[in-house]
Design a protein around this ligand. Sequence first.
Ligand code: GAP
Length: 439
Amino acid sequence: MATSEKIQIMEKIVSLAKRRGFVFQGSEIYGGLNGTWDLGPLGTLLAKNIKEEWWKAIVQKRDDVLGLDSTILHHPKVWEASGHIKNFTDPLIECKNCHSRIRADHLPQDSKCLTCGKKDFTKAKDFNLMFKTSLGSTEEDAEVVYLRPETAQGIFINFDNVMQSSRVKLPFGIAQIGKGFRNEITTGNFLFRVREFEMLELEYFVKPGTEKKAHEYWQKERLNWFLNLGIKKENIKLVQLLKEDLAHYSKGTAEIWYDWPFMGFGELEGIASRGDYDLKQHMKTSGKDLTYFDEDDKDKYLPYVIEPSVGVGRAFLAFLIDSYTEEEIKGEARTVLKFNPKLAPIKVSVLPLVKDEKLQIIAKDIYKDLKENWFVTYDETSSIGRRYRRSDEIGTPFCITVDFDSLEDNSVTIRERDSMKQKRVSVTELSEYLRVKLS
Ligand code: GAP
């Protein structure tokens, strides 16, 4: 696909996301706040489903991973120990003419200012991405604290608490879902680079010497998670980062790259091998013993850690782009979000064929019944064809139509989103039919 066509598709996706209530610009009525996006009613459901699928795969279905929910604000020493105060920086340059601030490593060599076209920049300086705030009720006793730029440190500082309270043995992981904040120099590409975002992070602790195998295992697991939830094989790949591109804590990082329409292949998720960097730093700074006693080997050591980490928004964007499909059906255009049913915000739409009281009564009963288990909508406005198109556009996998035959045979028509095939199903078997199809 040509670049201009990809950009056009991206514009259509952003427009659909706003029009149908997936994503809104943050603080829009005040002109917007750069790098912030709000999730609308459907976006909230899509994000919730992504988080649930991640939690199910990483925590619920496994015996070796436990959950955690730590605070956003940590003791300032945490960031000193983790190296974020010193190293969590990007190179910042400023255009001397128009004062635009640019991330130096994002500007191709010898290029001009993208805002004013001049080529006169300040020297690059390190800009720390952590948001500062203060703790304390008076100016005098206020202490500088940071909004966490990753949830990972909340896990490392609770490593001993979890280990002692849950009596776990290596290898084991601690997983957490929570907000992260980064004062990015440049934001953009919709949800791709923002200043406030939710993160899905796992710290998987292993015995030193076994980290290579664990790293390879998690790369495969995480790639398969995206593939199983419907990302097309040709749009996703694993890439090993070069040494010079590694974060300050990493001994080696693999990234899952997605073929973004606005930039080509680029980072979707990182899977870092962090060694014992973090636990060692926290042990040194806090003075607390964080070593693990290996009962089998009668040995004491600091575990190494493998860290798969992905932003909910970045995963959301990949699923949204990948599912976006334009088709022509009998000369008419159809836009469909072909979400995996597990991710689809609304699972079923219940539609009386026409506004007839007898049909409405049955349809509303079915709607109420299905709502016990799933997010379901009821729609009786406009023609049935238009209602099908509307539910296709938000990715609803099934439409149930109640027609006049339903009054006779107690059955309804189920229309499947992708194939558009229709099937008669008895009302009494409806829940079970959907349960199988949606799981
Ligand atoms: N604890 C590891 C860590 O924070 P990272 O590569 O800096 O690693 C992890 O971030 C993931 O978070 C990225 O792969 C991406 O999915 C997401 N992410 C990072 N910065 C982001 C931003 N400014 N906007 C949206 N998502 C971001």
